[in-house]
Design a protein around this ligand. Structure first.
Ligand SMILES: Nc1ncnc2c1ncn2[C@@H]1O[C@H](COP(=O)(O)OP(=O)(O)OP(=O)(O)O)[C@@H](O)[C@H]1O
Ligand SMILES: [Mg+2]
Length: 363
């Protein structure tokens, strides 16, 4: 057996589907006859309870790995899912996250290193933070899978996450890559979901997984019953989605897609720098004088002629791509079936040349 692939599932935003993905991706890989270890690196221990294990009563957990326990093997428990084992999480992790005065980022890496030849995949479910535990996971991982919920402000925090990955890569883990961005909880009944996916594809291109995880109530039911989707409802859409995701990841292993993705991160982060420099020049100006407009205003035409910097000061960037010549904003106080609720701003040579109001129909 070759060395295992270690994938950390992370996004500091809460409730985006990290744990649901950790449980069901691990189980799917197991069903496809891969040997899998799931590590629950979140004090909430949702991946542990989601697989029917009560973390309260356990003698060992991931905490042992952070206390320098070298006997990693005794922290590994069996699950009911084929080919899937787990190192359970524990609420005691919260103390480790908080009390770490002299953070040593290699505990997890050292512990997992000894298991590399026993598993095909090691999946780490991270907590919704970029704190000590998550950084330990990034140092230990080969790649990071980023679940993103299809919703407004989905892009918030993503650049911070990518630049954190980049600095860990630089200082600790030169081979770290992004496995992919996974769009989750997609609902084709909601008009803007499709739009958000399209915008993400424009910005992140093939960094987005082909597989999209649909909103499927069976997925949340399954984890509340302490099982994967495959033990709960094998013929559900959620089950198909996660099997497809695991096939895609197994294919990534055999293609040289990874290198390509690494380049893409650098490109995105270059864009980030540009965005920051634009923001700071805008802030140097007198903001009160610049503030001619808010999304509550009616008179959108006032924006004609503004530069991108000025629009950012007025409205923020939200999830618009700084390089795009078409930006879109959600007009929050106008969410109504009969009113226009989206503002489109068209640029030409860095100036607003056209404004359009649109409404997404609920199909
Ligand atoms: N595809 C889906 N369809 C329906 N519900 C989902 C789906 N994915 C996740 N959920 C539900 O959304 C909620 C949040 O999901 P989950 O716990 O996986 O997110 P998380 O990113 O791990 O959260 P946290 O940041 O708190 O760790 C849960 O109730 C889960 O059951
Ligand atoms: Mg979670």
């Amino acid at each position: 057996m070759s060395l295992s692939k270690i994938i950390a599932i992370a996004n500091q935003k809460g409730g985006v589907g990290k744990t649901t993905t950790a449980i069901n991706l691990s189980s799917a890989l197991g069903i496809l006859e891969q040997k899998v270890l799931l590590i629950d690196a979140d004090p909430q221990a949702n991946a542990t309870s989601g697989l029917g294990i009560l973390s309260k009563n356990l003698a060992v957990s991931i905490v042992n790995l952070f206390q320098g326990d070298t006997n990693t093997e005794r922290c590994i428990l069996d699950t009911h899912s084929p080919n899937l084992k787990i190192i359970p999480g524990s609420i005691k992790l919260a103390e480790i996250e908080i009390n770490n005065k002299n953070p040593y980022l290699k505990y997890l890496k050292k512990a997992i290193e000894t298991l590399r030849n026993q598993f095909d995949f090691i999946i780490i479910d991270c907590s919704p933070s970029l704190g000590y535990l998550t950084l330990n996971s990034f140092v230990a991982a080969d790649s990071i899978l980023i679940p993103v919920q299809c919703e407004f402000y989905a892009l918030d925090g993503l650049r911070k996450l990518l630049s954190t990955i980049k600095s860990i890569k630089k200082s600790y883990n030169p081979n770290l890559t992004v496995e992919g961005i996974l769009m989750t909880m997609y609902d084709n009944q909601v008009g803007h979901n499709k739009h958000i996916i399209n915008e993400f594809k424009i910005t992140f291109k093939d960094l987005i997984f082909k597989t999209i995880i649909k909103r499927n109530v069976s997925l949340s039911e399954a984890s509340s019953f302490g099982t994967s989707i495959f033990d709960y409802k094998i013929n559900s859409e959620g089950s198909t989605n996660y099997l497809n995701l695991s096939r895609e990841i197994m294919n990534n292993q055999t293609s040289n897609k990874q290198k390509h993705l690494g380049k893409k991160i650098s490109q995105i982060l270059k864009d980030t720098k540009e965005e920051i420099s634009i923001m700071s020049t805008a802030k140097e100006r007198d903001l009160d004088n610049l503030k001619i407009f808010s999304l509550k205003d009616e008179n959108y035409e006032k924006l004609i002629g503004c530069t991108k910097k000025e629009i950012i000061v007025q409205l923020g960037l939200v999830y618009n791509d700084i390089h795009s010549n078409r930006w879109m904003y959600h007009i929050t106080n106008k969410v109504s079936l009969f009113q226009k609720n989206y503002l489109y701003i068209y640029f030409y040579k860095n100036k607003v040349i056209q404004i359009k109001l649109r409404r997404f129909k609920l199909s």
